[in-house]
Design a protein around this ligand. Structure first.
Ligand SMILES: [Zn+2]
Length: 265
């Protein structure tokens, strides 16, 4: 799977090709691909949204998965797509779930392989601050209207030797991240430092966050779980992808288990 995924990262005219990245996904009947349009300096762009509905989901649990809001972190985009392909092969993994996957939240930065968008903005510092950036406005609309029970964001950190994550939102969130890091830790080491990225951390979990990151709106009810996964950017991309896919699979199965347990008591 992973070696096929590398073919998603084709460069054309010095830019990473968005159309080549998405081409293999457009012919999958199980995946609904939509492209939310915007413009940058007269050029037309779109922010892709891929929807997959698992079995037994008449009233589905809605999950939003967001990747590559930093354009130079392609592992997250590849993992989002790799996870989707895994769901297509084995839909049971998404039983009860409706997933909306935004694999490239920063299309111009993804093309240019830069953290910021082509307008020079770190989009992941602009949320819920009346941002003028089209990508942020599109994503805020999605976060406001899609009724997500869970929001997962994929990143890579070039200062970390291991995988770790941020939790916020619903109190059960750390009960999802802990087993996810445990499973992902079989593929990549976990960062167990007491301080990560300037934040206090415990067993690879940070309970704080930067202001302005992609997150649920403050007034959202019920409160969703929110997880940010960070892989070590310098690790082999295949390993980062594999670790993220395993973590995502674990989060879904744990969440299904926890809420069915809660429903039975
Ligand atoms: Zn990032």
């Amino acid at each position: 799977m992973q070696s096929n995924l590398a073919s998603h990262l084709v460069t054309e005219n010095g830019r990473r090709s968005l159309s080549r990245f998405f081409q293999p996904l457009l012919d999958l009947p199980q995946v609904q691909a939509e492209f939310l349009p915007f413009a940058v300096g007269g050029e037309k762009y779109s922010l892709p949204r891929l929807t997959f509905q698992g079995p037994n989901s008449s009233d589905p649990i809605r999950i939003g998965l967001f990747a590559a809001i930093h354009g130079d972190e392609p592992a997250g985009a590849l993992a989002a797509v790799g996870f989707l392909l895994e769901l297509v092969r084995d839909p049971q993994l998404a039983e009860n779930f409706l997933l909306q996957i935004y694999p490239v939240c920063n299309p111009t930065g993804f093309e240019d392989n830069t953290r910021c968008s082509r307008r020079g903005r770190d989009l992941n510092r602009e949320f819920w601050r009346a941002s003028f950036e089209a990508e942020v406005q599109i994503l805020e609309h999605e976060l406001r209207t899609r009724h997500f029970s869970g929001i997962i964001q994929l990143h890579a950190d070039d200062t970390s030797e291991g995988i770790y994550g941020f939790v916020r939102g619903h109190t059960l969130t750390e009960n999802l991240l802990r087993p996810a890091l445990c499973e992902a830790g079989k593929i990549l080491p976990r960062n167990v430092n007491a301080t990560i990225d300037g934040f206090a951390a415990r067993d690879g979990i940070i309970y704080d966050h930067y202001d302005g990151v992609l997150a649920a709106p403050a007034e959202m009810e019920p409160v969703p779980f929110e997880i940010i996964l960070e892989t070590p950017h310098h690790a082999p991309v295949d390993a980062q992808v594999q670790a993220l896919v395993v973590a995502l699979r674990t989060i879904l199965s744990e969440y299904r288990r926890l809420i069915s347990f809660a429903a039975n008591i």
